[in-house]
Structure formats: structure tokens, C-alpha cells
Design a protein around this ligand. Structure first.
Ligand SMILES: [Zn+2]
Ligand SMILES: [Zn+2]
Length: 439
């Protein structure tokens, strides 16, 4: 059987978000077609207490509200920080747990090594990569079913990210590296980009939404479909460890907030000016032509650097032999909002049409994997306009781009029906504060 898993999220305790209710999550999972969802922040005392009071173990290691269909997996993200390379590096890492007992024992361990957990995402301070290896191993020793997955590996807070860059997984995770079997692609990367990095041939690639809410353009925007015999924590983890992954559904990397190199509008000294570059156009000194500070290096550029450093031979577009099927998606509410010419994906008009469309298919996931003529027929049956139908089909066929692509923390802007060459972006635009218009 195929199980759609989205195993990285955050609760209301992660800061910057309101409280998230399980009812809202269940409703969104049903519409999106997600079977198993990571609870987020399960090491946080209040969230873990809430979960214990509100879910029951439905199958081995999977939890649900009593009698309900939606399944939850105990999950958190932790941040390991260590002195590596030329400075300190912080790396986000997803942890999955088979039981509340293993969660409680991990909380105890963290307390014993002086880790406070007030923000949902505990900060595990380490001296160096040797210490990271030790501490991660201690966590994994608690239960051999606990899984550690380096999160969004290419973003600045990921293991390969441009913040104090390192060249190999081992340079950060030390002796625990061999116990890592999968990495998370993150919103700004997909299997095509990660195929540039040779050492990843030995890892399964998983994809998760990293959602901070149950919003329909956030949860399930990325997920992993595993192939297994029945619902259980062990089966899902086993499928991940053995790379028995049927496919990943990927946010389009160019929409991700760190795809290209640049500096966004509003940065100190920028006013409304921004700059964004494909790798070959990045200024040689890596300095921003507007403010003079170091540019935020994008995922594409960083992946090409790692390819050279690790002696990779594959060109962009050539997939690693271990890569599984994957599809690039755009959240359906975004396609509908775009077609209706509105900016808000939660406007009543957008949500009403979304609900009608999803009702006709069963859930959103099915649209992305259904044949075009079936999609067209079903969309016609719910009176979707020609514009909406055409745009959904175009997105399904990859006939869209994000222009400009995401960079320096800003999401890419969707344009349906137009492809943009991500290797040919070279923009310095707008008026910087205290400067004349750049051009
Ligand atoms: Zn993270
Ligand atoms: Zn700048």
C-alpha cells in the first residue's frame, strides 16, 4: 500500500504562530490527501502533555484522535550547533519517535545535558562535530526506532547550507553520520538538484512541508509516499531506511525562499532595491552591488559548489540512480488564487472553489497524479472556469515558473504558462535608500 507522509511540522509552541488545533490539522490532511502527519515539537512539555491527553495509539507507533482516520507521528525538529569550519554552525534536524516513552526519555536526556526546551525546537549546543556525533548517538541509543533526518539540507539552516558552509555530512554529524539514512529535500531543493551532490547517492530523499499551520498552502505542500504493507511506525521508518519510497511530491524549488543568490527588498541599505542572480552572474567577490555586504548564496549555486568539491560528474538535470519518482507541485489554492487574479489564498471565493474541486477528486494529491483528460473532465463537472482548468493542467505539465525565483528569504512569484531559465537570471532593480535608481 502507498502511504502519504508529511513528517515535519511545528506546533504553536515554535514561536511566531498561533495555537494549532488537531481538528484543523485533520480537516486539512483530509483535503490534501495526507495520511500521516508529524506532530511537530513533541519534546516541548506542554505540547507533549496536550498530545498525551488527546490522542491514542491507533497502530504501533502511530497516533490518532480516538476513532478518527488521520494518523500522527511523534516528531520534532532540533537544532544542533557546533564549532565547525571557520565558525559556529547550526543545523536543523528532524527526529521521529516510536512512542511517548522514547519522547520522555529524550526529554530527560536533554535536561541532563543542560538543554532547555522553551521554544519547541530545542537548541543542542555542542563543542564540535565529535560532540554532535556523541549527542545524536545518545538520542538514537534510547530506542533503535528513533530516526534522525537532516532537515531542509540546502537552506542556510541545513547541513549543506551557505551559513558557514561545510562540504560533507560527516564534517557536521561526526560519528553519527553512519546512522543517518535519509535527508529532507526542503522547499528550495528537489531530487534533481540534490542529484548534483555525489554523497547523497547513499541516502533516501524524503520531502516534508515544514508547515507552521494547517493552511492549505502550507501543510502537505511537500510529502513522501512510502510503499509498505500496513500502517505502522516501524513500517514507515523501515521504508525510509531502505529507500522504499514510491515518490516524493516537491514544492517547486524555484518558489522556495532560498533558490537563487541575492539580497531582498528591505534589507539594510536596500529600500525597495533588490538583486537576484543565477550562479554564473553572481559577482565574483560575492558582494551585493547595492549594499556591499555578502550575498545570501542560493541553493542552486551551493549545489553546484558541492558538486565540484565532492568531485561530482552529473550535470544539472541528470538524476542519481537512487532517485525515486518525484513531481513538482504548486499548492492548488495558489493556482486558483492566481487564476482568479486575487492575492489571498484564503479568500472566500478561492476556498469555495478549492472545496468543490477537492470534493470531485477526493483530495488534492489525486489531482497531481491523475491523467490530464480525467482532470479536465472532473474540473468541468464542478464548473471551474476555463482559466482555472487551463492553469491547473499547465502546472501539472510543468509549464510554469516562478519569476523572479525565490531568493534571500522571499518566495518566488508564480507565473503560469511561461518557463524561465533559472540559469539566466541577472537582476539588479529598484531604488536603494539614499541611492539613485540602479537602472
Ligand atoms: Zn528547520
Ligand atoms: Zn545588499
Amino acid at each position: 500500500m502507498l502511504i502519504n507522509c508529511d513528517l515535519h511540522s511545528h506546533s504553536g509552541y515554535a514561536g511566531g504562530v498561533g495555537q494549532i488545533s488537531l481538528d484543523d490539522l485533520e480537516a486539512a490532511m483530509d483535503k490534501k490527501g495526507i495520511d500521516v502527519f508529524g506532530t511537530g515539537d513533541c519534546l516541548h512539555p506542554l505540547w507533549s502533555r496536550f498530545l498525551k491527553d488527546n490522542v491514542v495509539e491507533a497502530e504501533d507507533g502511530l497516533f490518532s484522535k480516538k476513532g478518527n482516520k488521520a494518523r500522527f507521528m511523534l516528531q520534532t525538529e532540533v537544532i544542533f550547533t557546533a564549532a565547525v569550519g571557520s565558525g559556529r554552525k547550526s543545523v536543523h534536524t528532524v527526529l521521529l519517535f516510536p512512542s511517548f516513552e522514547s519522547v520522555d526519555r529524550t526529554c530527560q536526556l536533554l535536561e541532563n545535558i543542560g538543554v532547555k526546551n522553551t521554544i519547541g525546537r530545542p537548541f543542542i549546543k555542542c563543542a564540535d562535530n565529535f560532540d554532535v556525533g556523541n549527542k545524536l548517538s545518545k538520542i538514537l541509543d534510547i530506542d533503535d526506532k528513533i530516526e534522525a533526518i537532516p532537515a531542509h539540507v540546502m537552506t542556510p539552516q541545513g547541513v549543506y547550507g551557505s551559513n558557514n558552509p561545510i562540504d560533507k555530512m560527516k564534517d557536521f554529524y561526526g560519528s553519527a553520520t553512519d546512522r543517518i539514512k535519509a535527508v529532507e529535500t526542503g522547499l528550495s531543493a528537489d531530487p534533481e538538484i540534490l542529484s548534483l551532490i555525489p554523497e547523497l547517492d547513499d541516502y533516501a530523499l524524503v520531502s516534508n512541508s515544514d508547515a507552521h499551520s494547517a493552511a492549505l498552502n502550507r501543510m502537505g505542500r511537500e510529502f513522501t509516499t512510502v510503499e509498505t504493507t500496513s500502517f505502522s511506525y516501524s513500517n514507515i521508518i523501515d521504508a525510509i531506511r531502505k529507500n522504499k519510497i514510491a515518490r516524493t511530491a516537491e514544492f517547486n524549488p524555484t518558489e522556495g525562499r532560498f533558490f537563487l543568490t541575492g539580497h531582498r527588498v528591505g534589507k539594510k541599505g536596500h529600500g525597495d532595491a533588490y538583486c537576484v542572480f543565477s550562479p554564473k552572474y553572481t559577482p565574483k567577490d560575492n558582494k551585493c552591488p547595492i549594499c556591499g555586504k555578502k550575498l545570501t548564496v542560493g541553493v542552486l549555486e551551493r549545489a553546484l559548489q558541492l558538486k565540484d568539491i565532492q568531485g561530482g560528474t552529473r550535470e544539472f538535470g541528470e538524476l542519481s540512480p537512487s532517485t525515486k519518482d518525484f513531481v513538482n507541485m504548486v499548492p492548488l489554492v495558489e493556482v486558483i488564487a492566481y487564476s482568479a487574479g486575487v492575492t489571498s489564498v484564503v479568500s472566500a471565493k478561492v476556498v469555495a472553489l478549492y472545496d468543490k474541486i477537492v470534493g470531485a477528486f477526493g483530495n488534492e494529491v489525486k489531482i497531481w497524479f491523475e491523467k490530464d483528460y480525467v482532470v479536465r473532465k472532473r474540473l468541468e463537472s464542478v464548473d471551474a472556469t476555463d482559466n482555472v482548468i487551463d492553469n491547473i493542467i499547465k502546472v501539472k505539465n510543468g509549464n510554469f515558473s516562478f519569476s523572479p525565483a525565490g531568493f534571500d528569504g522571499t518566495y518566488g512569484k508564480l507565473v503560469v504558462g511561461k518557463k524561465e531559465d533559472v540559469f539566466e537570471v541577472n537582476v539588479i532593480s529598484g531604488k536603494a535608500s539614499g541611492q539613485k535608481r540602479v537602472f
